[in-house]
Design a protein around this ligand. Sequence first.
Ligand SMILES: Cc1cc2nc3c(=O)[nH]c(=O)nc-3n(C[C@H](O)[C@H](O)[C@H](O)COP(=O)(O)OP(=O)(O)OC[C@H]3O[C@@H](n4cnc5c(N)ncnc54)[C@H](O)[C@@H]3O)c2cc1C
Length: 564
Amino acid sequence: MSKIIIIGGLSAGPSAAAKARREDENAEIILFEKGAHISYATCGMPYAFSGVIEDRSNLIVVKPELLQNRFKIDVRLNEEIVKIDTVNKVVYSKIGDYSYDKLVFATGAKSIVPPIKNIEKATNWSTCRSMIDFDKITSEGLAATSKHVTVIGAGLIGVEVAENLKEAGKDVTLIEGDNQILNMWQQKFGNFAETVLKEKGIEVITSGFVSEFELDENWKISGVKIKDGKTVKTDFVILSVGIKPNTDLLLENGAEHIGNGALKVNEQMETSIKDVYAAGDNVAIKNLQTNEYDYFPLGTHSNKAGRAAGANAVGKQINFKGAYKTAIVKVFDYTLARTGLNPRALNQLEIPFKTVLTIAGSTPSYYPDQKDLITEIYYHAETEQILGAELFGEVGVDKRVDVLSTAIYAKLKITDLAQLDLAYAPPYSPAKDPVVVSSFVAENISNHKSVQVSVEELEDFLTDENTNHYTLIDVRTVAEFEKGTIPNAINFPLDDIRNNIDAIKTLNKPIIIFCQRGLRGYLAELILKQNNIDTIVNLAGGFKLWQMYSDKIVIPKPVLVDKK
Ligand SMILES: Cc1cc2nc3c(=O)[nH]c(=O)nc-3n(C[C@H](O)[C@H](O)[C@H](O)COP(=O)(O)OP(=O)(O)OC[C@H]3O[C@@H](n4cnc5c(N)ncnc54)[C@H](O)[C@@H]3O)c2cc1C
């Protein structure tokens, strides 16, 4: 009978334990957890602050008794393993030492606490990682006396926490050191999310380096001081500035690791130390696109990797190959999602890529309450293989990101998306799904029917020295144009454009064309090209995206160009 020891009882550990038992009825399996609970839903904690998850008890997904009774796992709560001897295969706690045949190391990670002045004296702050944190935040941060809460760090967790505190009725300030929130995404997508947070009343401060907590006479934080900036008056602070893998016990045994201490594991979740498996937030896994070790501390990976580690520890063969940074986050009524490599990563890796950006309805225009979905896909400039995508919208973002993630795994080309047999009925999708539309547009780009220019590129064009060198044409209706347009744009509505070919030719400059979302611009582009006006590009995402991206909007004078 083999003896399996598992250290860590939250996500990867219980997954490993249950799978090991399913694969081997006879193994002796002991699970050590230094805390008082196992298997609670850390991912659900932010939603319990607002009451979406109504009761604390709902966060406890699996009770120790279930592991004990149903799976015959010997669960040792409140017992921390403090030393491991991997040569003699023994783990030590303060109350005993235990030998193992195979060890599954599922110790996760801990929150990073930055060296902010006065943090060690202050009492009214917490990280947001454990049930202890959860209880402190609910009893102090959510107390009636805490009217204002500051969240430091605007990654996935910081944003979720800020949203749910706002929903719970708190005034919230979200402070981020980087120049954008949610920096897994490109800047413009981060900015879209930031706009939503601000519209909902959250104060968002970017490029804000917190240097000091101002304390009152009771050692309570009364203000959060930002270096070279203002002081945010507050009643409670939540820190969410990153995590560090809990790997010291194996690092001192010489385990191989990456820069942040995360353990290198192979597809069977074996560490570099014999008979020691690891899974969860304490490991580096392979990025399936770069084939390099990467750090993706997410619950989906800890569950799947824990399952593989548990099976392999009892002699089975299950692989967990790796990941490629698929992520999704709710931002009030909106959803932001991503998968794969984005331009920042692709540029670093010097991979030549093209981009296609579309704004398309998540459902048909005739179906009530249609919402726009912004989809940007990055694909290899030569092979056309899909490399990454970022999405933002109110409806159907989750479905499309998973289609695109699957496309990356399957190594599909951008043009393959048009061939996918995706589900269609009006409540769910238009007949041409946004993913399919992206493929059509990319095909038009490949066939040189259309050239897209991005909002970022247009912003560069809008500098004084450039504006004389091109013409910016708004092909929306006069009524749309008069409500507001991009600086320097002139208006030739699409439906009248054939009557204005000569006037456009006399402009004699390269043309940047735009409409509201991109389609009418493309049609205008085709008409002009077929009338021998060749130097022309279409603004991807049109005025809508520009409006979301930039505050540079003008209300034009009634007549800008004599079109007769
Ligand atoms: C607020 C929040 C929201 C999240 N939302 C999402 C989400 O929406 N989607 C997503 O994919 N991921 C999300 N995550 C991440 C996800 O929760 C983690 O990836 C996952 O919990 C990692 O599981 P783990 O078992 O590897 O590590 P951990 O959760 O860190 O658990 C490790 C356990 O090991 C115990 N332990 C450590 N050292 C010892 C020792 N020496 N002896 C005994 N016990 C020990 C710890 O007490 C802990 O219970 C979120 C995380 C947080 C904090």
